[in-house]
Design a protein around this ligand. Structure first.
Ligand code: GTP
Ligand code: MG
Length: 184
């Protein structure tokens, strides 16, 4: 989850490579177009594009139907990229085991104050576009503190999909979550 342009698809492209040999499936949800699904398809990952007919979020039923279309055989993990929006996607359960919210440096460190539900409902805050930190007044500590005040359990991962900074920590955490899930 995250605003339009926060870097969701770009991060996914990185994760698909980083998580190999795990086989990743992707469901791209958008109001229109299939540009994100096309970008993901170039990696060789199995991907489907979902259209929400103008809705600003996915819900559990739409996700379930998407999974039926994607087909789970041979996949180890499925990512759902929700509609770009910091409000609605937090309000609807999609049945995900792990929820990530992406907040990019140019958006500003005040977003947990303005869109609290998103940060309350997420397991991890991924601060993206870390390579842009020198050009914006983004205070990482303040941002993380604001998110933790809303959700003391939230994990914070500052990353740059461009330079790869911070990606190893996020990848390790995701692998750990997957192992936990398999051990259930
Ligand atoms: N500098 C920099 N740019 C990035 C980074 N990650 C993504 N971008 C750029 O940010 C823009 C938006 O990235 P996307 O991955 O399309 O964002 P998105 O969240 O999937 O956008 P929507 O699907 O439209 O909601 C693109 O121009 C990316 O190249 C990063 O780590 N650093
Ligand atoms: Mg996208």
């Amino acid at each position: 989850m995250g605003s339009p342009g926060a870097g969701k698809t770009t991060l996914l492209l990185r994760l698909i490579e980083a998580l190999k040999p795990l086989r990743v499936g992707v469901m791209e949800a958008d109001v229109d177009s299939d540009v994100d699904a096309r970008a993901v398809a170039e990696t060789g990952a199995r991907v489907i594009q979902l259209h929400t007919a103008g809705l600003c979020h996915m819900d559990a039923d739409m996700t379930w139907r998407g999974l039926e279309r994607l087909k789970l055989d041979g996949l180890d993990v499925v990512f759902l990229e929700n509609i770009g929006n910091l409000v609605c996607p937090a309000e609807f359960e999609v049945g995900a085991d792990v929820r990530l919210v992406l907040l990019s440096v140019p958006e500003g460190d005040d977003k947990p104050l303005k869109y609290p539900l998103m940060f309350e409902k997420s397991d991890a805050l991924v601060v993206t576009k870390l390579d842009a930190l020198n050009w914006f007044d983004f205070d990482l500590e303040k941002c993380a503190g604001r998110a933790r005040k809303l959700n003391p359990m939230i994990r914070v991962f500052p990353v740059s999909a461009k330079t790869g900074e911070g990606m190893a920590e996020l990848e390790a955490w995701l692998r750990g979550r997957l192992r936990e899930w398999r051990g259930r």
